[in-house]
Design a protein. Sequence first.
Lengths: 111, 117
Amino acid sequence: DAKTTQPNSMESNEEEPVHLPCNHSTISGTDYIHWYRQLPSQGPEYVIHGLTSNVNNRMASLAIAEDRKSSTLILHRATLRDAAVYYCILTSGGGADGLTFGKGTHLIIQP
Amino acid sequence: NAGVMQNPRHLVRRRGQEARLRCSPMKGHSHVYWYRQLPEEGLKFMVYLQKENIIDESGMPKERFSAEFPKEGPSILRIQQVVRGDSAAYFCASSPPGWAAGYTEAFFGQGTRLTVV
């Protein structure tokens, strides 16, 4: 079973910021937080990952709570192409425990 | 640098036949992962392989399913005697060492959609 909890769906307007939450209350010290997204009929696409500090890249930002029990993926200016299912997963230890994705959050973008 | 290549994209098999799904990892990637996705579901981990080695197959059904990643050539997911319940999208990902440990990312293929009739 996935070790993360995400809302089933969220809705946002085009050109506005989107904050996608993820709870991972059982996270261990060596767990990395990864985000992927899956557009319709496509394979998942890497978005961002981090361990403790907040991370930024060209796609998004990742804000990690100080106790690391939750994190938020931030899309700074959503476009219609950002409509997808977003998955938050934890990976660590080299084992397969963290490699199962839950159902993710279905992000709907309104024009 | 081509991405992860999966073929075929679509595969139709009759009940009882064998299905072979192929995955060519990105150049330089030594690890391959197979996932199954049922409609409206998340991705379920099946197996994780290194060249000529199965690292973790805890998600693989005990019967009819097998996977390999030979020294040369693509990784193969093989499903013998397919049943209707095997109909799903099968995704392959590849990475350098370290994705399962967390410090690198994995890249996914476009998937093979298997339909069993």
